[in-house]
Design a protein around this ligand. Structure first.
Ligand SMILES: N[C@@H](CCC(=O)N[C@@H](CS)C(=O)NCC(=O)O)C(=O)O
Length: 208
């Protein structure tokens, strides 16, 4: 059986679950990281030397880490000829571009506020870090707001794997208890994604 290693409330684990569900791939998920621990062990570091989740372990034991790279692997291995990871190089590149945007722009801007608000004890929180992160996030998410104002999905008219990292982060941005500018295209995107069972079941949950 394919294994997804990592706690269910990790945004990066959610991406892999969502991709497996979209591709119809069976998997078993195992709780690791956060309160479950288990990452700083020789056995886990032998799988992922960064001691981070997720790790994907294929049924034959081959494994890999880095959530967006896992999505690209799953699409290439199991999505051939289908709409999720288009064979057309340019359509695929556009989907891929937005995956990188999620890591390098969305996460870089919103991550600090999330870590302060959800992963840092109240007495150690730095409001200046939160404020700066929220301000940077407004700029970052205006980019995807403008993009999705003219098309339903990141790569065009069709849902692709690039919507998975972006959708996970848009959900988080729209549902964190922070001030944010009105972003109607992102709100509509969230409503569109809610029609996908995997998003509704594994992503659109209370943020913890
Ligand atoms: N770039 C990596 C980041 C992985 C990462 O930062 N994972 C976090 C959870 S979202 C983690 O392992 N945190 C430590 C923990 O959960 O104990 C990826 O996309 O897979």
């Amino acid at each position: 059986m394919r294994r997804i290693l990592g706690r269910a409330n990790s945004i990066n684990v959610m991406k892999v679950i969502w991709a497996c569900e979209e591709l119809g791939l069976p998997y078993a998920r195992e709780d690791l990281g956060g309160p479950f621990g288990g990452l700083d062990t020789p056995a886990y570091r032998a799988m992922n030397p960064n001691a981070l989740i997720p790790v994907l372990v294929e049924p034959d034991g081959w494994l890999m880490w880095e959530s967006n790279a896992i999505l690209r692997y799953l699409g290439t291995a199991y999505g051939k000829g289908g709409p999720l990871w288009p064979d057309d190089p340019r359509a695929r590149a556009t989907s891929d571009q937005w995956m990188d945007w999620q890591q390098t722009v969305a996460n870089a801007s919103l991550g600090p506020a999330f870590v302060q608000m959800y992963r840092t004890p109240a007495e150690k929180r730095d409001q200046a870090v939160i404020d700066k992160s929220i301000a940077r996030s407004a700029e970052a998410f205006r980019v995807i707001e403008a993009h999705l104002a003219s098309q339903p999905y990141v790569a065009g008219d069709t849902f692709t794997l690039g919507d998975i990292p972006v959708g996970c982060h848009v959900y988080r941005y729209l549902h964190l208890p922070i001030d944010r500018p009105d972003m109607p295209a992102l709100a509509a995107y969230h409503e569109r994604l809610l029609r996908r069972l995997a998003y509704a079941t594994h992503v659109a949950l209370p943020i913890t």
